[in-house]
Design a protein around this ligand. Structure first.
Ligand code: UDP
Length: 466
């Protein structure tokens, strides 16, 4: 079946006839909601009926999905979300949700199971981060499948890192002699990456252990990745977690993320991009959660303003600590740019990356953003902030060699050099060749007989047989 997307033709396998229902339960953050709703759409095209259980906080927009049933649960999350920054306390947030959602989730599921046709619930697919659901579903004897919205590589790294035994390593500073050294437990990473992954190793270690144990107890794990990108990691993780694994990504090649966007996307920039020469424009976005300091924000602004290339910069309201939006930019900053640069609150990212004018993606390396860049063959400048982002960024720069890392944060010379390396130097052309090659492999994986297509077929048959 072919589904016409906004700018590309998206592919889905032919639907099977089934009247089974799948219940899905996403973690309420943009980078988790997008892949879960994409997966729900993919499974719907395969003939499954879909019910979405979701928290009130960051609720998806049901009217964008008239073919799904939505059930909202109370989470009392908004109260703490406004007070604390998720960027500073990510594992605390997830832990809080895993406690506060237990009763509402159980009640919602119990109601759902007494409604008509619910005897056909084939399984519940929950975000891996909702680890509390494993025991709830075990008690109810309903199979739990897991959607892991991270890369395979990052989950492998989490499992290897010494969160409990070497806590001090997560607090090293530039002055420490091994700050730049490789981490023996996962040599792709440097100690300075560990500092970014978490500053609270105890809490991160607890999170990782909950994640691991409940994934191991699940009926299977669905990954938003494709075999050709993470083959070795897939083989290793199958040994660590001996349950069925399905790698049918990238999900955004089946359905774009736009309908699950929690923020209004500014589409006016698409006609502005049309005026720019091919591969001329730097696209800058640090995702839906990461924050930067006002000083970092001004540094980035100065570099973008001075280097002469067109740029499109997503600055989410509240992204810059202590400010509402872009009021800390120098007076007349935007006017001075003329038509060369645009700052928007939120973009149709997938379309921006697919636009011929986009020459590089300056990203925080959230897994969705990283995959979306690979899908469109756009090399990256990497500014990872926390949790899995530093790991994804190392894969981008050191394994796949399709991007440049800003090793020292937002340091002026390094930022200028990184833009030059990706946008102007031969090195950038080589990255572009490598990422085009990955893009081709990815497209083949989605074709008949390809790895992702086969994995989707396997998943559909597996769920039907549960
Ligand atoms: N996104 C978007 N518009 C923007 C910035 C991001 O639609 O201006 C989408 C992006 O396409 C991706 C998601 O938001 O699907 C961000 O997820 P990711 O895992 O990259 O990062 P997170 O927000 O979880 O840190």
């Amino acid at each position: 079946m072919e589904i016409k997307g906004t700018n590309t033709t998206l592919r889905c396998a032919e639907p099977m006839k089934t009247n089974q229902r799948i219940v899905v339960f996403p973690l309420p953050f943009q980078g988790h909601i997008n892949p879960m709703l994409q997966l729900a759409n993919i499974l719907h095209t395969q003939g499954f009926k879909i019910t979405i259980i979701h928290t009130e906080y960051n609720s998806p927009i049901p009217s964008n999905y008239p073919h799904f049933i939505f059930k909202s649960i109370k989470d009392s999350f908004s109260e703490i979300a406004d007070e604390l920054s998720i960027c500073t306390y990510p594992t605390y947030f997830v832990e809080y949700l895993n406690k506060s959602c237990v009763d509402p989730f159980k009640e919602c599921l119990a109601r759902l199971l007494t409604e008509s046709d619910t005897d056909l619930v084939a399984c519940v697919i929950t975000d891996a981060g909702f680890y509390f659901t494993q025991s709830v579903l075990d008690d109810l004897k309903i199979p739990r499948m897991v959607l892991n919205t991270s890369s395979l590589g990052s989950i492998l790294a989490y499992d290897a890192l010494p969160f409990y035994s070497k806590k001090d390593c997560f607090n090293l500073t530039k002055e420490d002699s091994n700050f730049e050294a490789q981490v023996p437990a996962y040599p792709l990473l440097k100690y300075k990456d560990m500092v970014k992954i978490t500053t609270d190793p105890q809490s991160m270690g607890d999170y990782v252990s909950n994640l691991h144990n409940t994934m191991k107890a699940s009926s299977g794990i669905i990954w938003n990745t494709f075999k050709e990108l993470e083959q070795l990691e897939q083989e290793t993780i199958s040994q660590h977690l001996p349950v069925p694994h399905f790698t049918l990504g990238p999900f955004n090649k089946y359905f774009p993320a736009s309908s699950s966007s929690l923020i209004q996307q500014d589409r006016t920039i698409m006609s502005w991009l049309d005026t720019k020469p091919p591969k001329s424009t730097i696209y800058v976005s640090f995702g839906s959660v990461a924050h930067i300091s006002e000083a970092e924000f001004k540094q980035v602004a100065n570099v973008l303003a001075n280097n002469g290339l067109p740029f499109l910069w997503v600055v989410r309201p509240g992204m810059v600590h202590g400010t509402k939006w872009i009021e800390s930019l120098p007076e007349n900053f935007l006017e001075g740019l003329g038509e060369r640069g645009r700052v928007v609150k939120w973009s149709p990212q997938q379309e921006v990356l697919a636009h011929p004018a986009t020459g590089c993606f300056w990203t925080h390396n959230g897994w969705n953003s990283t995959l979306e860049s690979v899908c469109e063959g756009v090399p990256m400048i990497c500014s990872p902030k926390y949790v899995d982002q530093p790991i994804n960024a190392r894969y981008v720069t050191d394994v796949w060699k399709i991007g440049v890392m800003l090793e020292n944060g937002f340091e002026w010379n390094e930022m200028e050099m990184a833009i030059k390396r990706v946008m102007m130097d031969k090195e950038g052309d080589e990255m572009r060749e490598r990422i085009s090659c990955l893009k081709n492999k990815l497209n083949i994986s989605l074709d008949e007989g390809g790895s992702s297509k086969e994995s989707l077929n396997d998943l559909v048959h597996y769920i039907s047989s549960l």
